[in-house]
Design a protein around this ligand. Structure first.
Ligand code: SAH
Length: 256
């Protein structure tokens, strides 16, 4: 299997079912994925239940990285897709696995596919780290798949993106032009923090409006896939505004 699948992290946020974790390790190995990252697991990752379901994928389970929060799981990733079982209140374009997963495969960078908790999925704040959103189309009566089965469907599609097994499916590496130089999540996060601080200071945001407005701004910027140079450009603007406030309108600037 191509090494490109090695660059795709499967990130599970606070999974509570050890059986699910084992099944996920197994299907990942079946499909040639190798990187499992688990955020704050709510069950035993290396216990009897998980290893029983992992069968011949115990090595993948043992190599799984356990991290305290989502930003740590996504460190170094340039492209992040979040999965959801349901429509969200905020206008968000949901795409099918076949539409969106080639985006993770078509480059040589670290990328991530994020799955939510079995009972409540991902929070809106967690969705905000993603540039695109995936929903597996299912019947309207019951849209929520079992976590391991959702990972299985996506892992299969990722494998098909990479392989020539089925000549009817596109081999994306040969078809999609490379779009290089996307800033990693933590770099863009630094910009959001700087932006929020400044907008609070000048009274565009208030503590009670900040989360909702910042969510909208994050989605806008995430859609455009900023490069490191563009992040530097935007941060440069903020730094200049800060300078101008301190110099020209110190009564505002000193509120910081
Ligand atoms: N009530 C929760 C269900 C979570 S199911 C919710 O509505 O979000 C657990 C996880 O499995 C989800 O967070 C998502 O990562 C994945 N999942 C389940 N069904 C899915 C679907 N139809 N499409 C994409 N991901 C799905």
């Amino acid at each position: 299997m191509s090494s490109s699948l090695d660059r795709i992290r499967i990130v599970l946020v606070e999974p509570a079912g050890a059986l699910n974790i084992g099944s996920i390790a197994r299907v990942m190995k079946n499909m040639g994925l190798t990187q499992l990252v688990i955020v704050n697991p709510q069950c035993e990752v290396y216990g009897e239940e998980a290893t029983r379901m992992a069968v011949h994928a115990i090595d993948l389970l043992e190599k799984a990285r356990i991290v305290p929060d989502l930003p740590t799981a996504l460190q170094g990733c340039t492209r992040v897709i979040a999965t959801t079982a349901r429509d969200r209140a905020i206008p968000t374009q949901l795409e099918t696995p076949r539409q969106v997963l080639p985006w993770l495969v078509e480059n040589d960078e670290s990328t991530a596919l994020v799955f939510g908790r079995e009972d409540s999925g991902l929070t809106n704040a967690e969705l905000n780290y993603a540039g695109r959103y995936l929903r597996i189309p299912v019947g309207s009566e019951y849209s929520s798949l079992n976590l391991a089965q959702a990972v299985g469907v996506c892992a299969y599609e990722l494998q098909m993106c990479m392989s020539n097994i089925d000549p009817d499916l596109p081999n994306v590496r040969s078809q999609i032009p490379q779009q290089l130089d996307i800033a990693p999540v933590e770099l863009v996060e630094g910009y959001y923090q700087q932006l929020e601080t400044l907008l609070l200071e000048i009274g565009y945001l208030f503590p009670h409006t900040a989360p909702h407005r910042m969510e909208k701004l994050r989605r806008l910027y995430n859609r455009s896939q900023l490069s490191p140079n563009e992040v530097a450009l935007l941060r440069g603007i903020l730094s200049q505004v800060r300078w101008a406030l301190n110099t020209l309108a110190p009564q505002i600037g000193k509120r910081s």
